[in-house]
Design a protein around this ligand. Structure first.
Ligand code: PLP
Length: 480
């Protein structure tokens, strides 16, 4: 394996699934009430500034919060700044930052060599012009140099937009309508892809405000299960065929549901057999897995690749799609009547600021070997958390794919729709994770929704030690 990739070994999927089955069929392991009270008192005593701001924000912003990844329990923290491996809230409290803005800041937050270049661009060139700027070319080229199957690249505003555009392009190119995704996977919040989020086969459970006919051409396979994908493709074949199979290459929700190492190779083979395009959603895995993304790591060629946050290095307007030149040509912009094309717009999508931020971030990620360093931090942290799970004889499950670390204390996303009580069970298991996340926050650790950690190049032995201390404090307080 190319040493620049951040994944020292592919996790043991069978073992994870067995442990997760046990976890989700077990009782919920709660933090004892006295300890929980103490954790919550941290928020009341040490986070008064956040509390006051959020109370006021609730008057003007729905729920006071606009970030789905943010902790809302007991109330969201108001963050003042991010630097390297740390976040600082408005009350001056410091946290080890494992949210990393949802993944993109692989170099650590506010990485000076990138920030300085971006400031120069703003001062010297203007953040936006509405017209072509050389940084668009530089960004497309550096992506292509590292991910050669991305022959052409088009900037968009977010991962959600990029997923929307990918399926539109696939339909334009193939002339077919059906899209297959994997149950539980997240591909943004567009009408057609809010389908079976988090838990497989929950279909339109979370699609409030979306007319049901918009999901009519979206179907799903079961995570990691090639045979279920084949079945869906066969069914689609009888109904006009499949335009594209859209997958997160590490498995739904960045590997919350893992697949075996050869899964992507097998999906590629199926796509060839059924003449469907293969779309990799690399919003999280591009550059984080290593310079060539998940496609380079697995050596599997997607026809189209969806990019998000990291293509602007943690700056705004972060998204894009890339792929085979003949397919990408459906996207040529400009005024051209009569050509068969996927209509896509966006006044500010390709702008000097985000393109320069993306270009310099990718350049630094490659030059600094950031994926490998962040991956080593993920390995150390995972081994440390596993030791604590064993020490306290808890049923919790932890694994990492390099710098993406999953820890499951209630296994809510592993609930099954075959369980008649599933919808009754979700709230308690979800709240358990929220409480766990709040307890970690009170220990100075911010995670993604109490169940995921993104490590970065900025983590080090001190941040890891601080984190393990925090986990140990919470584990000690789990009710026996
Ligand atoms: C795999 C995947 N696809 C798409 C998206 C949506 O990206 P954005 O939040 O930029 O719209 C995300 C966001 O986390 C993601 O993880």
């Amino acid at each position: 394996m190319d040493k620049r990739y951040g994944i020292s070994k592919w996790p043991d999927v069978k073992m994870i699934n067995e442990k997760m089955d046990r976890l989700v069929n077990d009782r919920i392991y709660e933090i004892n009430p006295k300890a929980m009270e103490n954790y919550l008192s941290y928020f009341d005593t040490k986070c008064k500034g956040s509390k006051a701001l959020i109370e006021e924000a609730r008057k003007y912003i729905p729920g006071g919060v606009q970030h789905n990844l943010a902790f809302n329990y007991p109330f969201p923290l108001a963050i003042d700044r991010a630097e390297g491996a740390y976040l600082y809230d408005v009350d001056g409290n410091r946290y080890v930052d494992y949210l990393q803005a949802g993944g993109p800041t692989l170099l650590g937050s506010n990485y000076k060599p990138v920030t300085d270049k971006v400031l120069e661009v703003i001062k010297d060139h203007s953040p936006v012009t509405g017209l072509f700027h050389e940084y668009e070319l530089k960004l497309a080229k550096i992506i292509n140099e590292n991910m050669p199957w991305v022959e052409q690249y088009r900037c968009l505003a977010s991962g959600t937009e990029a997923d929307m555009v990918a399926i539109r392009v696939a339909r334009t190119f193939t002339g077919k309508e059906r899209i297959v995704k994997v149950g539980g996977a997240y591909h943004g919040w567009s009408d057609q892809l809010v389908y079976s989020l988090h838990i497989p086969y929950t279909k339109t459970f979370e699609a409030h405000g979306i007319p049901s006919e918009l999901s009519a051409n979206t179907t799903e396979g079961y995570p990691g299960d090639i045979e279920s994908l084949r079945k869906v493709l066969e069914e689609n074949e009888r109904a006009g065929g499949t335009a594209a199979v859209l997958i997160e290459p590490f498995g739904p929700e960045s590997g919350t549901r893992m697949a075996e190492f050869d899964y992507c190779t097998k999906v590629r083979e199926l796509c060839d057999e059924f003449d469907a395009l293969l779309i990799f959603d690399e919003v999280v895995t591009a550059f984080r897995a290593g310079p060539g993304g998940a496609q380079g790591y697995f050596n599997v060629r997607p026809d189209l690749t969806v990019f998000g946050k990291i293509v602007a290095g943690g700056f705004p307007m972060a998204g894009g799609i890339g792929g085979r030149e003949d397919i990408m040509s459906c996207l040529a912009a400009g005024v051209q009547a009569g050509k068969k094309r996927a209509y896509v717009g966006g006044t500010l999508t390709a702008n000097p600021l985000s393109c320069a931020a993306g270009y310099y971030a990718i350049k630094e990620i490659v030059e600094q070997d950031a994926a490998r360093k962040a991956g080593e931090n993920g390995d150390k942290l995972c081994a440390g958390i596993q030791k604590l799970i064993d020490k306290y004889e808890l049923p919790f499950v932890v694994w990492n794919i390099g710098s993406i670390l999953h820890f499951e204390v209630s296994g809510v996303m592993y609930l099954s729709v075959t369980d008649p009580d599933i919808f009754k069970k979700i709230p308690a298991r979800q709240h358990n994770i929220e409480k766990f996340g709040a307890a970690l926050t009170a220990n100075g650790i911010i995670t993604l929704a109490g169940s995921r950690i993104y490590t970065s190049m900025a983590d080090n032995d001190d941040t890891i030690e601080e984190t393990l201390k925090g986990f140990e404090d919470v584990f000690q307080n789990i009710e026996r």
